[in-house]
Design a protein around this ligand. Structure first.
Ligand SMILES: [Zn+2]
Length: 157
């Protein structure tokens, strides 16, 4: 068996267990695992083009950046893999679906229970966004919030 070093994960000062697991499952994939250059987790900021806090602010989302020149097709392939691991029981996810609920790539979004549709915010052209929760109006800890996870979410990355 050839040992492949998995892609690195950065910005993990705040990271949920379910997000860490979603990333670990991607690291096990031969194709998408090698296509990904780095996964980036924590960022205390709004979702681009909105005043909603991104799931990254709770460490509950990952941005999968690809190695080399990424084509829309390569980005889509990784996005499809992330969705598959969240909806099917596979060897790579050890037959336990990941808890991803929102994926965005290009001008498309996938929402658990709804499938793929048009994403009308700033397009993700350089990476695949994968969240275990949605953008929210609730202030995260990093912005002075009380640290309770939001009960109301607004769809979007
Ligand atoms: Zn993101």
């Amino acid at each position: 068996m050839v040992f492949r070093k998995p892609f690195p994960v950065e910005s993990t000062s705040v990271e949920t267990a379910r997000c860490a697991r979603m990333i670990r499952v991607q690291q096990r994939h031969r194709v998408s695992g090698q296509a990904i250059r780095v996964a980036s987790v924590f960022a205390c900021r709004f979702t681009a083009g909105t005043t909603l806090y991104t799931a990254h602010a709770e460490g509950d989302a990952a941005d999968f950046m690809l190695a080399g020149g990424h084509t829309p097709q390569e980005l889509q392939r990784v996005a499809d893999q992330v969705v598959r691991d969240g909806t099917k029981r596979t060897v790579r996810n050890r037959f336990r679906r990941t808890e991803v609920v929102f994926v965005s790539v290009g001008d498309q979004q996938w929402v658990r229970g709804q499938g793929w549709s048009h994403y009308d915010r700033v397009a993700h052209t350089s990476h695949v966004h994968a969240g275990c929760s949605f953008s929210t109006r609730t202030k995260p800890r990093c912005a002075g919030g009380d640290g309770k996870l939001p009960t109301r979410y607004v769809n979007g990355g």
